[in-house]
Design a protein around this ligand. Structure first.
Ligand code: ATP
Ligand code: MG
Length: 419
């Protein structure tokens, strides 16, 4: 048997309603908030990710799916969407064409990670990005939007919104040296990866999932206590706006995010109910990214929601399933089938979900068992006799009531009862 690739999962029909529910709800909210959809390719030149996410991050160092195409170009399956959206913004000069730069995107992402509950190699994200505005009120709006999405999905009580500020070109280097000093004094307690990170990318140590490293970093200096005056003001103002909007949050100085492009506000929606994989969504401000990728100096802020993890939470809250067929057509004999098939089509085109038994030699009993199985609300039973008389029998599967309806009036009958 040929199996799916490890970490790549089929989303089967019974799970689809959860994904649809999430995607449709989020799209509805975002359209109301003035966001427009953008669709970017799955494959990009590898530089798109190396230059944005950063060469010393886990994603670029070990998680990327790369390939060489037949023309010898090195490409990568996108591990996240922000880099591709920024590439598209620059390439299409969207900042010159669109008066409002608010975009959303949803689709599969690919990372070579160790698969476990809530961690896949192909997973789905819903992305939101805003460009061109650097104001605390916008940061608060974006963070609030994330919370409102969870609220509208009915799962806000399963998450905690945690927020931090990573400083700027002025204060971050000062903090970095404080952190390096601290980490050097605890070096022997850190994991192998963190010993390496310490020199190349010390903030990343705060993001390590290893329990011993976590223990050490609890005592580390906290970035939000070492911000310059301007960053402190900006952070405070953002939190003020969140208060005005009534959004609950916690300040968590350990949030640094796994991608290098973040500057300023960063945030995560954390859940304790989905195992070790606790972030359901995450994001932050990235004011240098567009310029670093060769574009004009345009600031940006955004977040990504992990759909698989959001589905895990949604399943705790409610059952989402697709609607059962309304009408099942039991047809006994060739003549009945020929008479009923155009009616089945007519009803379907009027938006009434119908199924018909194609094997008209099957007994009435076996056809009715099928009507039960598919949970149809009505069964329409037609045999040779009924066709001759121009009538058919409609059975309400719940109340077991039966009545005769003229075949020519069947469409109107269901339009009436389904109204
Ligand atoms: P984690 O700390 O779980 O590795 P991350 O910081 O790498 O997450 P981001 O790059 O910020 O994640 O992606 C945003 C969201 O996408 C995450 O909060 C999570 O919900 C989801 N996500 C990330 N990686 C995976 C994965 N391998 N499988 C499923 N969902 C994922
Ligand atoms: Mg990760």
């Amino acid at each position: 048997m040929i199996k799916a690739v490890r970490g790549f999962k089929d989303i089967l029909p019974e799970e689809i309603p959860y994904y649809r529910f999430i995607e449709e709800k989020i799209k509805g909210i975002l359209e109301n908030f003035g966001f427009r959809e953008i669709r970017i390719p799955v494959l990009e030149h590898i530089e798109v990710f190396e230059r944005s996410i950063g060469n010393t991050t886990d994603i670029v160092e070990k998680e990327m799916y790369t390939l060489k195409d037949k023309g010898g170009e090195i490409l990568a399956l996108r591990p996240e969407a922000t880099a591709g959206i920024v590439r598209s913004l620059i390439e299409n000069a969207l900042h010159l064409k669109c008066p409002v730069l608010k975009f959303y995107f949803s689709g599969p992402m690919f990372r070579y990670e160790r698969p476990q509950a809530g961690r896949l190699r192909q997973f789905h994200q819903f992305n939101v990005e805003v460009f061109g505005i650097k104001e605390a009120s916008l940061d608060a709006e974006v963070v609030a939007l994330l919370y409102i999405i969870f609220q509208e999905l009915g799962i806000e009580k399963h998450i905690n919104l945690e927020i931090n500020h990573l400083g700027c070109k002025e204060c971050r280097p000062i903090y970095k040296s404080l952190l390096i000093n601290f980490l050097s004094s605890k070096k022997e307690k850190l994991c192998k990866d963190c010993k390496r990170r310490m020199e190349r990318n010390p903030l990343r140590v705060l993001d390590c999932k290893n329990p011993e490293c976590k223990e050490v970093t609890l005592q580390a200096p906290k970035i939000c206590e070492h911000l310059c005056t301007e960053c402190r003001r900006y952070f405070g103002e953002t939190l003020d706006y969140l208060n005005i909007l009534g959004i609950p949050y916690t300040i968590n100085p350990m949030i640094v995010r796994g991608l290098d492009y973040y500057t300023g506000i960063v945030f995560e929606a954390i859940s304790t109910e989905i195992g070790a994989q606790s972030a359901v969504a995450a994001g932050g401000r990235y004011d240098n990214l567009v310029e670093d990728m060769g574009g004009p100096p345009i600031p940006g802020i955004g977040f990504a929601i992990g759909e698989e993890r959001a589905v895990m939470l949604l399943k705790k809250e409610k059952k989402v399933k697709e609607e059962d067929p309304r009408v099942f057509f039991a047809v006994l004999g060739e003549e009945a089938k020929r008479t009923m098939i155009p009616i089945v089509f007519k009803l379907r085109l009027k938006g009434i979900k119908c199924e018909m038994e194609h094997d008209c030699r099957k007994s009435l009993k076996s056809q009715m068992r099928k009507a039960d199985k598919i949970k149809a609300k009505y069964a329409v039973i037609t045999g040779e006799e009924e066709v001759k008389e121009g009538f058919t029998i409609v059975r309400n599967m719940e109340s077991k009531e039966q009545f005769k309806v003229k075949i020519e009036e069947l469409v109107r009958f269901f339009e009436e009862v389904e109204r």
